[in-house]
Write a new protein. Structure first.
Length: 281
């Protein structure tokens, strides 16, 4: 016993795992909710249409994800996929940025349009993708949207546009601003033929997009807490020299002030659109 008390004990050191033993988490496997900070499997989040099961936060969705969420399987036929933007003003490095976004998203431009069925109702659908140049509206996007409107007139189908945009594309200058008038004029033609246009605004829908076609729907819907507005909050406060409400330019604020018809959670969107289409059928 005394021998044991005075004997030197060997120190035990914590073993350091080798590089091979370290567990590597594949990129994109998990997603942290920016609202409630809950960490969840990305696959489970996608199954819930990218809506957080804990707090209901609506994560961004790509164009094809939205199309799959709204259109009946196997019925969507894309149109005007070959419409690609150029660099009309020779803006420095603009073409490189467009090419980088094409590789990143797999899209030719920031909008995907086509014809399909929504719970059996034929529709023309155009969806903007914020992952491509923040879905800014340049000549190509304006052209694709205008052609989608004209297709709705031709087929006598209801038109649905899901907007998500930072506004006009600055690299195309005045040409991008002209798309506001172009799309609005096309919608006026649709209205004269008695066609139905449903506008769905998602986070964010701002600038020239919110000031043109996105606000001209027979029905103007938006997802919860979506940022919808023209100029930025800071610019408006500096202009009017007043502090704006905390919820200014949110979908809920616009609904309260009569600028939206309804705020619809993403998980209820398809059923709500089906009801509207059935009423107008």
């Amino acid at each position: 016993m005394l021998k044991d008390m005075f004997s030197k004990k060997k120190k035990r050191y914590a073993t350091i795992p080798s590089e091979r033993a370290k567990i590597e988490v594949p990129e994109g496997l998990m997603t942290k909710c920016p609202s409630c900070r809950t960490i969840m499997y990305t696959k489970d989040l996608k199954k819930n249409l990218s809506v957080c099961r804990t707090c209901g936060h609506h994560h961004r969705m790509g164009a094809w994800e939205r199309i799959e969420a709204l259109i009946d399987e196997g019925t969507f036929q894309e149109i005007d996929a070959d419409v690609i933007g150029g660099n009309p003003l020779a803006f420095p490095d603009y073409e490189k940025k467009l090419e980088a976004d094409r590789k990143k998203t797999g899209l030719n431009e920031a909008c995907v349009s086509g014809v399909g069925e929504l719970n059996g109702h034929p529709v023309v659908l155009a969806v903007m993708d914020p992952q491509f140049r923040m879905a800014s509206m340049g000549a190509a996007v304006g052209e694709k949207l205008t052609r989608a409107i004209e297709k709705a007139i031709e087929l006598k189908h209801p038109l649905i546009i899901v907007a998500a945009s930072g506004g006009a594309r600055m690299q195309e200058g005045m040409i991008s601003l002209m798309q506001m008038a172009k799309t609005s004029a096309a919608l006026e033609k649709l209205d004269r033929t008695g066609g139905l246009f449903i506008s769905v605004m998602t986070h964010p829908t701002t600038g020239g997009v919110s000031a043109s076609f996105a606000s001209l729907g027979d029905y103007n819907f938006a997802e919860p807490k979506a940022l919808v507005g023209f100029a930025g909050r800071r610019i408006i406060e500096q202009t009017i020299r007043e502090e704006l409400p905390e919820d200014f330019q949110t979908a809920e604020f616009l609904l309260e002030h009569g600028q939206l018809d309804r705020v619809i959670p993403r998980l209820e969107m398809k059923d709500t659109l089906t009801t509207v289409l059935a009423i107008h059928q």
